[in-house]
Design a protein around this ligand. Structure first.
Ligand code: FUC
Length: 819
């Protein structure tokens, strides 16, 4: 008996990685054909692959994170400084359109409007004689980070698995046939690059090498190298000029290595040949199993941290594209948990420490000239990519973005000085791999000065979640630099006497009163970002016990920022003057930055602003581009309206074209702006977290926005500010039944919950009163709102909550149960 049992245990241990449930899979009964948005993404933060799962003509579209057009460059416009006084005066005089014209000439770059993230090409595998196949199936297993295709031809079962190994830095394809000698195929590269060469070399490597594009006057200097080598079991590998040919094999393993000469945004002196060869040689010495298991283990380190269950229905037995078509009309909570975990999968696959941050398409792009260059739009999109990083327990994967902010703080010094005569650093609304910080596209979009201010808040957030003071000390100069820029840039408003941004703007939107110009002074979003930049720098200085005089100056300036305004429609004003249009459905609702991701507008601290934010969101409506709907999920969660948040999820999780004029989702569950933009995936993942747990407003708020359709469920592993991990959260019929919180750094844990809780040891929980003493939960009070005398403020229905304080010690777990 004993022996059989230990044998059983061993078998479970050995097969543990290969057996997974359908719950964590995207699966289909058809190949992708030629539709890129049907293909399934794999990635290891350095390499990205889109697996088509085609039978005869298999395509693996390939990306490498540093393969960008152009080279080190700057795009500041030196005419800005001289034109600044005139632009400012025009705006103060109400001549926004004229100011915009001048800004187009003097502020918008005369150089590059940003470089492009470009594909390497595709590995094409051709399987002669496989035209007539049966039993077709393909999947992306997000529990193992492996894509698989299976089918049958003439009674032979063929299987292909594809993965982008985290530890080995190569893409590996494993092909098998279940009858001996039946595997035969050709492998070659295709690529859209002009400067390239594809060839095989005598050692039977298939290689592609070339140089990325010149773009907008910047010479392409990124050289790339891709090498593919095949190992077979049985059979032969031969080569012609441009292809490898496998015949009569039982199985084959294809190793794909890609590298570039990019070292950092200033240095392209790397050796792409040596790098590609070193990754390949190391990986090639290993069997598929020796690559697979460490790959899964590395992936599990992140993926397994969060478990999420909202229940199952029969929909789980259908292919993913069919479930997507049904989602609006049937109850399929499991598609939500799949989509949520897919968001986490996508971040793990496109953003790894030491690599480039996830760009507009993560790390997946097949176009030489992708939409918006697939770069970093930092007036919302790039930040949104990283909203799940801390909350969904992937903090380490925040690193590439935080590193980019650090680099922007270097390049943005010169921009602040040469264009605005200011100390500190700044960035406009876009950047790229070269960390360009000039103003691009046109003044309507590009004349926005808050790219540095907003992105720098991610450093502060990382500190709030992790509680690491050494980290805070390290990044403090970046916060200080962002604050210094604002201190120098703000000017006194001649009419209101507040200190305002000028030129400022509310990203990409314009009121009719300004003749369609987006430029203005002291817009609400500008003020909110300035408020955060000052407040968080002041707090950092206080925590680090330094720069007291500087912090004092910032406090004085902060006091003179304009307060938020509630306008005549009961809305939160987007601009200083009450010029909002309640019929404006613009996708950017930038002035709600203060509600989310920031924490300035609160149901409890600022009820008028909270009500006004809600009215604004009702005016803007639901249907919009993908990322805008993703942001709205977060806002409705903060507004504690779970059903409205869920309505947005329904719109987002609809096949593209279902909602007129809006985005949606492609068959591979990529978000559609349209076109594909990954921010919507990440925004919605963040929003689902916010529906279940918020760490804001002085407390860890559990189940703040539970929709009627998720009345029973559980989630484990979310992170809250102050180093708390909500190890387990269970609820039944809308009531919290179990809460388990681990404290990493100690301190007061304040819980805000929908029903009474008791601690399992019966001692350590007490009804909270007064301010939360936890230093990670301090909100700087915003200046009171200015409310229009015509405003009709509705009072949103704030649910009753219970608030408890638990004094925690580092390393301990606290368990509470509900009624
Ligand atoms: C901003 C948005 C667009 C798009 C682009 C990448 O300009 O307004 O909708 O997401 O970024």
């Amino acid at each position: 008996m004993r022996n059989i049992f230990s044998l059983l245990c061993m078998t479970v241990a050995l097969t543990g990685y290969s057996q997974t449930s359908r719950e964590q899979k995207l699966w289909y009964d058809k190949p992708s054909g030629n539709v890129w948005e049907n293909a399934l993404p794999i990635g290891n933060g350095r390499l990205g692959g889109m697996v088509y799962g085609n039978v005869v003509d298999e395509r693996i579209q390939l990306n490498e994170h540093t393969l960008w057009s152009g080279g080190p460059n700057r795009n500041d416009n030196p005419d800005a400084l001289a034109a600044l006084p005139e632009i400012r005066q025009l705006i103060f005089d109400g001549k926004q359109k004229e100011a915009e014209k001048l800004a187009n000439k003097a502020i918008i770059t005369k150089k590059s409007h940003g470089q492009m993230f470009q594909p390497l090409g595709e590995l094409r595998l051709t399987f002669p004689g496989h035209e007539h196949y049966t039993n077709y199936y393909r999947e992306l297993d997000i529990e193992r980070a492996v894509a698989k295709t299976t089918y049958q031809v003439d009674g032979v079962n063929y299987t292909r698995e594809v993965l982008a190994s985290f530890p080995d830095r190569v893409i590996v394809i494993r092909l098998t046939a279940d009858q001996r000698g039946k595997l035969a195929f050709n492998a070659t590269y295709t690529s859209l690059h002009i400067n390239k060469a594809i060839k095989t070399i005598p050692t039977k490597d298939l290689t592609i090498e070339g140089t990325a594009s010149d773009h907008e006057g910047v010479k392409g200097v990124v050289r790339f190298k891709g090498v593919t080598r095949i190992k077979t079991e049985g059979g032969t590998v031969s080569a012609n000029d441009t292809a490898l040919i496998v015949k009569g094999a039982d199985a084959a393993t294809i190793y794909i290595s890609i590298a570039t000469n990019f070292k950092n945004y200033q240095d392209v002196s790397g050796d792409e040949h040596a790098l590609a060869a070193s990754y390949l040689n190391k990986a090639y010495s290993k069997s598929y199993a020796a690559i697979l298991n460490p790959h899964i283990a590395a992936y599990h380190k992140y993926f397994k941290r969060v478990k999420f269950d909202l229940g199952k229905t029969d929909q789980g037995n259908l292919p993913t594209d069919e479930r997507l078509r049904n989602f609006r009309n049937v109850n399929d909570p499991e598609l939500v948990t799949l989509y949520y975990q897919y968001g986490r999968y996508l971040l793990i696959s496109s953003s790894q420490p030491g690599g480039q941050p996830a760009n507009l398409q993560g790390i997946w792009n097949n176009k030489m000239r992708p939409p918006w260059d697939s770069k970093y739009t930092i007036n919302i999109n790039a930040q949104m990519n990283y909203w799940p990083a801390e909350r969904a327990n992937l903090s380490e994967l925040h690193e590439p973005f935080l590193k980019m902010v650090e680099e922007l703080s270097q390049t943005g010094l010169e921009t602040a000085k040469s264009m605005y005569g200011a100390r500190g650093w700044m960035a406009h609304h876009n950047t790229d791999i070269w960390r360009a910080t000039g103003a691009i596209d046109g003044a309507f979009w590009g004349m926005w000065i808050a790219g540095g201010g907003w992105t720098s808040q991610h450093l502060w957030q990382h500190y709030l979640y992790q509680g690491d003071k050494a980290y805070l000390a390290k990044i403090y100069p970046i916060l200080k630099g962002a604050a210094t820029f604002y201190a120098d840039f703000l000017v006194e408003h001649p009419k209101y006497h507040w200190l305002v941004t000028n030129p400022g703007s509310s990203p990409e939107n314009a009121p009719a009163a300004h003749e369609g110009s987006s430029l203005d002074a002291g817009t609400t979003m500008d003020n909110q970002i300035a408020f955060d930049v000052f407040s968080n720098t002041i707090r950092a200085a206080e925590i680090l016990k330094k720069d007291a005089a500087f912090a004092d100056t910032l406090k004085k300036i902060r006091k003179r920022l304009p307060p938020m305004h509630v306008g005549k429609h009961g809305q939160l004003q987007e601009w200083l003057d009450d010029v909002d249009d309640p019929n404006d459905h613009h996708r950017h609702v930038s002035h709600l930055y203060g509600l989310f991701p920031s924490d300035q507008i609160s149901a409890y601290r600022t009820p008028e602003l909270f009500s006004a934010a809600r009215t604004t969101l009702l005016h803007r409506g639901d249907v919009s581009t993908g990322w805008s709907m993703g942001w709205k999920v977060n806002w409705w969660a903060r507004l504690q309206d779970g059903n409205h948040a869920f309505a947005l999820i329904k719109n987002q999780l609809s096949p593209l074209g279902t909602t007129k004029e809006g985005g949606g989702t492609y068959n591979n569950l990529f978000d559609a702006h349209p076109p594909f933009q990954i921010d919507g995936n990440f925004g919605c993942t963040s929003g689902i977290t916010e529906m279940l747990m918020q760490s804001a407003d002085g407390a860890v708020h559990l189940l703040p926005a539970l929709p009627d359709v998720w009345q029973t469920g559980s989630i484990g592993g979310l992170l809250a500010q102050g180093g708390f991990e909500v190890v387990r959260l269970e609820w039944k019929e809308g009531k919290l039944t179990k809460v388990e919180v681990k404290s990493k750094v100690g301190g007061n844990l304040r819980l805000r919950v929908p029903n009474q809780l008791k601690s399992v040891d019966g001692r350590s929980v007490k009804i909270a009163s007064g301010k939360n003493s936890n230093e990670f939960y301090q909100n700087e009070e915003v200046a009171g709102a200015i409310i229009s005398s015509n405003a009709n403020l509705s009072s949103p229905d704030i649910k009753q909550t219970f608030i408890y304080d638990v004094s925690t010690q580092a390393g301990k777990v606290y368990v509470f149960v509900g009624p």
